[in-house]
Structure formats: structure tokens, C-alpha cells
Design a protein around this ligand. Structure first.
Ligand code: PLP
Length: 401
């Protein structure tokens, strides 16, 4: 064995001994509640396909048509010669859906965050992030070279303390506040109106990642910012196309100059082959379907399932319901064991551990979809009951670092 391989095996050994090793589990079926891995069938309660759009016939048909008309690949980056009609149609659909002047799509939410934050702030500026922000915004903030500060999760007093510090440091430099609206691993929501007030008071900019809220909240399903009436106050609105919208990709929407600047400065947009036509067409079809009565019916079905779980497991209920229902286990090995016990009973709910969540906060991230039937949810609840999993944390969590 080469020295290179033995070094990698040593590192893998460290990951394993901390119970943090991860393995891919191949699925031989589409993304849906009933999945197949080889010969075994599982009930899937871990996907972000909240509205059941990933396997929706009309959305699949749009993808197939796009392949027939525009081919399998995009051929180059958008600025070279890959800016195909499906990319433009998607961006028009996003801008209309979100009621924003303009939108730009990226190949993923991760690259949307990375390209946008690094395009907007420089070493001279400050970024203030919620402590539980997703890796894509943390990585983007680090890469930007800006001074990075983290406020305690959803703690507006702590945010104000940091904003005041940033403004004392410099009146002229940019200060960017970044938060998710619905947090990916906890399913709780940010206090967006208070955050928007603070960003006005301290003349900061606000970027809200609506990855887990797009399609689920607000009168027009635009996201949590719409639901709480602050859409017009969020300068940089981010979303993903691979969760409730059932396709793949990410987007930024906002003022026209924001989008024009990103086209000129977002390196993950400029230096990357454009998303494939099928993904764009699927996302466009999903946005259109969302805006029909189907969107609202699916949303209702989804939140009915969430309610069904929370009625039986009140420890999982939150003031603002979301389809993300984390069962905090705490200890990493115990979370892996719980996921294994569920798998033995035919349930696919992997253990989520560091670095996706803080150390000692391992969990089963239970997610609901509009495609689950009430009977399927009932069976899950019975199995959780049999295993003694009631939603309350089973090991004390250490204070967050
Ligand atoms: C909150 C949040 N933002 C951004 C992303 C990245 O989106 P994508 O999967 O499209 O790269 C994710 C994905 O897991 C997420 O949970």
C-alpha cells in the first residue's frame, strides 16, 4: 500500500472511531416514499422532496421534452455559449413566482451561495451569520475573506451586538447578514421581521436562504419572507430547486443590478458548465405546477402529515410547523444505532451527525412529504413507539461551542 493510501486510511480510521463515518446507500428506485435498495423495500422519511414533485409525471415529462429539444448537456458555461432557452425560461419563471425584478439560476444551491457571497463582499467587509447556517453560506463567507462573525442561533440581541460592533469598526464598509428562513437540520424558523429591522437600523444587507421554505410558506408559496411580510426588505433572496421543487439547482433573485453583477462576478456561475436543460425545464414545470391549485393541495397534505406526527409526538411540535422534524439523540453512536434499528424494520432515516450538526447533537432527521399517506405515517409512528423513540432528547446535549 502506498504512503498516500495509508495516510487516508489513518484519517478514515479517526472518522470511524468517532462514529462519524458515512456511507452511500444506493437506491434502485425514484425518490418517493416507497424506495428500493437492491431487493429490499424501505419507507423513506428522509428526503427533502416535500411536495412529492421529484417523481411527478408532468415534471418528468417537461425534463424529457427538454432533452428531446435541447439535448442532454449544455455544452459550456452560460457566458460562453451555454445560455439555452430553458435557462432563460427558468429565470423568468423564478422572478415571476417570487415577484422579484430578476433571478439567476445556478447548478446548485451550494454554488449559488458560494458565487453570490464572494461576489458581493470583500476583505474590507463584515459577514454576520446565524450559528446554525448551512455549510454553503459558511464556506462562502470564509472564501470571501470578509471578517466573519457568528450570532447565537435566532438570537436578535446577539445579532444587534455584532451589528453595533461592525458599525463602530467602520461606517462605510458593507455588512452582510446571512440567515436561513427555515433551518435545514432543526426545522425551526428565523425571526425575519426583527432581523430585517436590525439590518435597516445598521444599514446592513440581508441575505435569506429559503432552501427549505420555497414552495411551502406564504400566500403564493414563495417562502417564509412572504409569509411574514418582509420579502421587499430582503436584498438577496436565495432558494433551491432540488427540495420542494423536486428538480436540481439553486437561485438568487432580487434587484436587476444584483443579477447583472452576479453574471459578471459570481465565479461559480462564470466558470462552470451551465445546468443541463432537463433540470431547468423540470424546475420551470415545478414552479408552474406550484402556482396551480395542486401547489396548495400538496402543501396542505404535507402539513397534515406534519400535524399527524406532532399530535402523537408533541416533543417535535414547533410554533411554526415545518416538514423537518429532528429527533435529537445526542450521542453519535446512539444515533447510528437508532437509524440501524429503523432500517431493520424497513425505515430509511439516516443518522445526521457532525459536521452536519454540532458534535453531541446527532439526530434522526425525520422529514415529511405530501406523498406520504396517513397510513404510512401511522406505521412509522408505531415503529418509533416500539423502539421507544418519542422525540424527546435521550442524551443531554452539551452547550453549543
Ligand atoms: C439550507 C440549505 N441551503 C443550501 C443548500 C444547498 O442546496 P443544494 O443542495 O441545491 O446545493 C442546502 C442543501 O442541503 C440547504 O439545506
Amino acid at each position: 500500500m502506498s504512503r498516500f493510501e495509508s495516510e487516508l486510511l489513518r484519517r478514515l480510521g479517526e472518522i470511524q472511531s468517532a462514529n462519524l463515518d458515512r456511507h452511500l446507500r444506493r437506491l434502485d428506485s425514484p425518490q418517493q416514499p416507497g424506495i428500493q435498495t437492491g431487493e429490499r423495500a424501505f419507507q423513506n422519511f428522509s428526503s427533502n422532496d416535500y411536495l412529492g414533485f421529484a417523481n411527478e409525471p408532468s415534471i418528468k415529462a417537461a425534463a424529457t421534452e427538454a432533452v428531446a429539444k435541447f439535448g442532454a448537456g449544455s455544452g459550456s458555461s452560460r457566458l460562453i455559449c451555454g445560455s439555452l432557452a430553458p435557462h432563460h425560461e427558468l429565470e423568468e419563471a423564478i422572478a415571476t413566482f417570487k415577484a422579484q425584478p430578476a433571478a439567476l439560476s445556478f447548478s446548485s444551491g451550494y454554488t449559488a451561495a458560494l458565487g453570490t457571497i464572494t461576489a458581493l463582499v470583500t476583505k474590507a467587509d463584515v459577514i454576520i451569520l446565524d450559528k446554525l447556517s448551512h455549510a454553503c453560506t459558511i464556506d462562502a463567507a470564509r472564501l470571501s475573506g470578509a471578517t466573519l462573525r457568528v450570532f447565537a442561533h435566532n438570537d436578535v440581541e446577539d445579532l444587534e451586538r455584532l451589528l453595533s460592533w461592525a458599525r463602530q469598526r467602520s461606517r462605510d464598509n458593507k455588512v452582510l447578514i446571512v440567515t436561513e428562513s427555515v433551518f435545514s437540520m432543526d426545522g425551526d424558523v428565523a425571526p425575519l421581521p426583527q432581523i430585517a429591522d436590525l439590518k435597516d437600523k445598521y444599514e446592513a444587507w440581508l441575505m435569506v436562504d429559503e432552501a427549505h421554505a420555497t414552495g411551502l410558506y406564504g400566500e403564493n408559496l414563495r417562502g417564509l419572507a412572504e409569509a411574514v411580510g418582509v420579502s421587499s426588505r430582503v436584498e438577496i433572496q436565495m432558494g433551491t430547486l432540488g427540495k420542494a421543487l423536486g428538480s436540481a439547482g439553486g437561485f438568487i433573485c432580487g434587484a436587476r443590478p444584483l443579477i447583472d453583477l452576479l453574471v459578471n462576478r459570481a465565479r461559480t456561475f462564470i466558470f462552470s458548465t451551465a445546468p443541463v436543460p432537463a433540470a431547468c425545464a423540470a424546475a420551470t414545470a415545478a414552479i408552474q405546477l406550484l402556482q396551480t391549485s395542486t401547489g396548495k393541495l400538496r402543501r396542505k397534505a404535507l402539513f397534515d402529515r406534519v400535524n399527524q406526527v406532532c399530535t402523537r409526538l408533541p416533543a417535535l411540535a414547533k410554533p411554526v410547523p415545518s416538514p423537518i422534524l429532528p429527533v435529537i439523540i445526542g450521542d453519535e453512536a446512539a444515533a447510528v444505532a437508532a437509524a440501524g434499528a429503523l432500517r431493520e424494520r424497513g425505515y430509511f432515516i439516516p443518522a445526521i451527525r457532525y459536521p452536519s450538526v454540532p458534535r453531541g447533537r446527532a439526530r434522526l432527521r425525520l422529514t415529511m412529504s405530501a406523498s406520504h399517506t396517513t397510513g404510512e405515517v401511522q406505521s412509522l409512528l408505531d415503529v418509533l413507539n416500539t423502539l421507544g423513540i418519542n422525540g424527546a432528547a435521550v442524551t443531554p446535549a452539551p452547550p453549543s461551542a
